[in-house]
Ligand binder design. Structure first.
Ligand SMILES: C[S@@+](CC[C@H](N)C(=O)[O-])C[C@H]1O[C@@H](n2cnc3c(N)ncnc32)[C@H](O)[C@@H]1O
Length: 337
């Protein structure tokens, strides 16, 4: 029987993290991001899990679909764990798992010194503890084993499917568009993982943020003052069969209330905005929500305070490529009077 354990190319390097109570957690998350996105990933993680990922991993009972984030590479749903490897195998056998077309992967966490041959042996042990035929190339279920801080974990591995990369081929692009990774994080930070939250993208441009919200199953509407750009946003959404409202309007004329608003402020490259226009957008959005996640290239702390909001968190994201400039993300809540 071939369990596919000969293929070692799927091993993942993950660093160790000291997290209390991790032994009891239902899920282990593995993150991927580059250094420019470190702060953003940590900000997202604070709002999704109420804790920061550390060394690209996190233990939590909160269940998040990896594909809703650009930074979550995979989630291990823990089935069995033990400080003793033989006891882990006994635990797995006790589960009487029957699975057609399965695969087992070994996740290498920092500090795990298990050698290659030994890892293959462990994949074999686990393969023989599961009833059913393996399928390495098109597995229906992927299981994984790992050792972290002296504890062995076994479970089902749910991977980010990266299907959202299809949005890169949207029909209408815009030089002022926000990066897709940032767009996904803004949605997660605004909704705090709550799919029931109503969101508005107050300056939606061609809908980059809206596409990610729709993909992840969040409820979002958009507003765009420029009729051409608004038409492009509608076209982009329709292209991927997402149906939601894009208002061709100045945000000041929207009266519907939302649980949270995302504002990717116009900045002085293509969509030129004066200080007073920026204040006008923030002030108008503050009228229709108690929670704003704002992206800006300038310091807007005074504006946030003037409209009766306080900053609960923030981070900066530096842009790669030709035009390198930093954006700041501000998470703001209405001050309680
Ligand atoms: C930085 S761009 C947004 C880009 C968008 N996040 C994307 O990825 O396509 C800011 C947008 O705000 C729009 N805008 C400016 N003032 C506005 C207002 N008062 N109400 C609504 N939209 C406005 C601009 O036309 C511009 O498209």
């Amino acid at each position: 029987m071939d369990f596919g354990y000969h293929c070692h190319c799927t091993l993942m390097k993950v660093k160790r993290t000291p997290i209390n109570n991790m032994y009891k957690s239902k899920h282990i998350y593995i993150f991927t991001y580059d250094n420019t996105e470190d702060e953003l990933c940590k900000l997202e993680s604070r709002y999704l899990f109420d804790q920061e990922e550390k060394n690209r991993m996190l233990f939590s009972d909160v269940k998040v679909e990896p594909s809703t984030s650009a930074f979550i590479k995979s989630r291990l749903d823990v089935i069995s764990k033990s400080e003793d490897y033989s006891a882990l195998i006994d635990e797995i056998k006790k589960e009487n798992i029957s699975s057609e077309g399965f695969k087992v992967e070994y996740l290498i966490f920092d500090g795990d010194t298990t050698g290659y041959k030994s890892r293959l042996g462990k994949l074999r042990d686990i393969g023989y503890s599961i009833e059913g035929n393996p399928d390495y190339y098109n597995p229906i279920t992927t299981y994984a084993v790992c050792c972290c801080e002296g504890v062995w974990y076994f479970g089902i591995l749910i991977k980010n499917n990266f299907d959202w990369h299809k949005h890169n081929n949207k029909p209408c692009s815009y030089s002022n568009s926000i990066g897709v990774n940032t767009a996904k994080s803004l949605v997660n930070i605004a909704a705090q993982g709550d799919k029931g939250a109503s969101l508005i993208d107050a300056c939606c441009g061609v809908g980059t943020i809206m596409l990610e919200a729709c993909f992840a199953g969040f409820s979002i509407e958009g507003c765009e003052i420029n009729w051409k750009i608004c038409r492009n946003a509608r076209e982009n959404l329709a292209h991927f069969d997402y149906s939601t409202e894009v208002f061709r309007s100045d945000i000041k004329d929207i009266s519907k209330r939302y649980d949270a608003a995302i504002i990717d402020l116009p900045y002085n490259l293509v969509s030129v905005a004066t200080e007073s226009e920026v204040f006008h957008i923030i002030e108008s959005t503050a009228e229709i929500t108690d929670r704003m996640v704002i992206v800006s290239t300038s310091d807007i702390t005074d504006f946030i305070s003037k409209v009766g909001f306080s900053i609960s968190d923030h981070c900066s994201v530096s842009k790669r490529g030709k035009r390198k400039f930093a954006r700041r993300i501000w998470v703001c809540e209405k001050k309680i009077k």
